[in-house]
Design a protein around this ligand. Structure first.
Ligand code: C2E
Ligand code: MG
Ligand code: MG
Length: 584
């Protein structure tokens, strides 16, 4: 490490320059004196300031160019951050910018660089400025690691621990002669539905179940194979020497079969399943980390394939994981860089013959790919949990927008089942979006899909009632697909049923479709719920749904979803059209 210094990288932003205690120098000296590395940056990730401790601790070897240096440049110039750890720091910073959108505070994240570990935390400090702090926790980590090493057996199941498992694999891989291409086979096993057992029957039963699972492994593997508990409901098995592919498949099938048989604990009959991922040392990984990553990707493939099955690692999994990971990074960045926008599609009331609302539909304005459809990124956003912050943004943005419309025009916002994981939080977000925009609750409608109710969760129903108590209407989206059933409509007093657009085709069994639409509208009438037909594209379809008694309609016939800039025009166009008259 060369000389240690503090770096004014670009002019300090006006908002932070306002009356710093004792002047800007004083402020900088103070930051230089602290024992934590500090870095400040703006929304476009331009670096403004780094204190002395930052440069010293992270072996930074550049003199940043004022106003030009970005966070990526700084990370590139820090000898200790390479590849994954630099990416992690970048993501923490991006997450803090994104979190600011949702107003959540960030907890410190551990970033490991090989020899050293840092607790990294980023938060907003002024209007458009953020600060990241870096605290080295290496010594603390080493102490904790040796404590773990002492305990090589898991106290609950009596199986070897992750540490022990790791040591053994490392040992084997070092010892394996070069001419022994596959010295060992690793299997990762994850229990399906274990969490449900734990949550519904309680931890003592969950613990007893894990002990029984450990015992059953004993029926499958020999003494010199190692079965370890890696944590939670995850187990790792090391088979040496590696059996041939066929035998490996047989073993994996046995795991799925044996662990999947019912368990009887304290009078409860418990059914769980197991997913397995397999990877061979040597072929699928030259060191412990690579090998475990391969086995993990294979495990992930098994879960994706519907669980209760096993998969061998293959190289395609790696490529897909990289593509997915890139999309994930892009997505996280997109929220911070404000690349999302909402388009709005009008909803028309057929009785009153007027525009009554717009549905807000998200688009990703990707710098290279252009407008990306929600169907291409929402599933991943849901999987990685980003949907929560994204959903909050959609709510805030849609309410702000609707507050500018005539007061008889409402806005409908789609809410994903994942947003109900923390149902209380969702209610809070909705209330906040209303307060911040000044939009009356009666002008907001949320659309949920059956996935929300399938969970049969008391918290979800409580939240839905709280949402209704805010005056907000609740609609059941895409009705008629999947498992939609009468019982769902009975479980909550929905304001509206949205009939899925798959019933709107002109081909195939049109009579059958009409009969379904008729049945749903009749159901709506008897339950006191409005019905809206989605995806109406032609005047024939409009005539059909009118005959069947739908109360409102949405579809390309009236307008595609449009950006904010075209909303006024759509309102004017619709006001000039008479919908009650058959359109020619
Ligand atoms: P959805 O809520 O059922 O929205 C209706 C979809 O049908 C929209 O697709 C809309 O553009 C499309 N559509 C409307 N009229 C017609 C028509 O006449 N013909 C045809 N062929 N299509 C029509 P989009 O915008 O691609 O959205 C797809 C789905 O993504 C939505 O289905 C919704 O489930 C989800 N989604 C969109 N925005 C959000 C959001 O902000 N949050 C959440 N959680 N989900 C969203
Ligand atoms: Mg919808
Ligand atoms: Mg729909």
């Amino acid at each position: 490490m060369s000389n240690v210094r503090s770096m004014p990288v670009s002019p300090v932003p006006r908002s932070t320059r306002k009356n710093p205690p004792g002047g800007a120098d004083h402020f900088r000296h103070a930051l230089d004196a602290v024992q934590v590395g500090v870095l400040t940056f703006n929304r476009s990730l331009g670096v403004l300031f780094a204190n002395k401790r930052f440069a010293a601790m992270l072996d930074m070897d550049i003199q940043p160019n004022p106003g030009v240096t970005t966070l990526t440049d700084v990370l590139d110039a820090c000898a200790v951050f390479k590849g994954a750890s630099a990416q992690q720091v970048l993501e923490i910073c991006l997450a803090s910018i994104a979190a600011d959108e949702g107003g959540t505070g960030m907890l410190p994240m551990m970033v490991e660089t090989g020899e050293r570990t840092y607790a990294v935390q980023a938060s907003r400090i002024a209007d458009d400025y953020w600060m990241a702090s870096f605290d080295e926790t290496t010594e603390r980590r080493v102490a904790a690691a040796s404590a773990v090493q002492l305990a090589t057996l898991d106290t609950l199941t009596g199986l070897p621990t992750r540490q022990h498992f790791q040591d053994r694999i490392r040992h084997i891989m070092v010892l394996a002669a070069k001419d022994e291409p596959e010295p060992a086979l690793v299997m990762l096993v994850d229990l399906d539905r274990f969490k449900t057992v734990n949550d519904t029957l309680g931890h003592p039963i969950g613990d007893a179940l894990l002990r029984l699972v450990a015992k059953r492994f004993g029926f499958i593997f020999r003494q010199n194979d190692m079965v370890a508990r890696l944590g939670g409901d995850e187990f790792g098995i090391l088979v040496t020497p590696a059996p041939d592919q066929e035998t490996a498949a047989k073993l994996a099938r046995r795991i799925v079969d044996v662990l999947g048989r019912p368990y009887l604990i304290d009078g409860h009959l418990i059914n769980i399943g197991a997913s397995v991922g397999l990877a061979s040392a040597g072929r699928d990984g030259l060191n412990y980390d690579q090998l475990l990553r391969s086995a993990d990707l294979a495990l992930y493939a098994s879960k994706n394939a519907g669980r209760n099955t096993f998969s061998f690692f293959d190289i395609g999994m790696d490529q897909r994981a990289v593509a997915r990971r890139n999309l994930e990074i892009d997505l996280r960045r997109a929220l911070a860089l404000r690349q999302f926008e909402l388009h709005y599609q009008p909803q028309i009331d057929l009785d009153r013959d007027t525009l009554v609302g717009f549905e807000a539909l998200i688009r990703w304005n990707h710098p290279e790919r252009g407008l990306v459809s929600p169907l291409d990124f929402l599933p991943l956003a849901e999987e990685i949990g980003l949907i929560v912050a994204l959903g909050d943004w959609v709510l805030r943005e849609a309410c702000q927008q609707a507050a500018r419309w005539p007061e008889e025009v409402a806005v409908a916002v789609n809410v994903s089942p994942r947003q109900f994981d923390d149902a209380g939080r969702l209610v809070g977000s909705i209330a906040k979006a209303l307060t911040a925009s000044g939009l009356p609750g009666g002008r907001l409608e949320i659309e949920i899909t059956e996935g929300v109710l399938l969970r049969n969760d008391a918290d979800v129903l409580t939240a839905l009632h709280q949402i209704r108590a805010l005056g907000v209407r609740v609609a059941m989206d895409d009705f008629g697909t999947g498992y939609s059933s009468l019982s769902q409509l009975h479980s909550f007093p929905f304001d509206k049923i949205k009939i899925d657009r798959s019933f709107m085709t002109d081909r195939g069994d049109v009579d059958g479709q009409n009969a379904i639409i008729r049945a749903i509208t009749a159901l709506g009438v008897s339950l006191g719920m409005a019905t809206i037909a989605e995806g109406v594209e032609t005047s024939e379809q409009l005539a059909r749904i009118r005959t069947e008694g739908c109360t409102s309609v949405q579809g390309y016939l009236f307008s595609k979803p449009v950006p904010v800039s075209q909303i006024d025009q759509v309102m004017l166009d619709l006001a000039a059209r008479r919908f009650a008259l058959p359109l020619s």
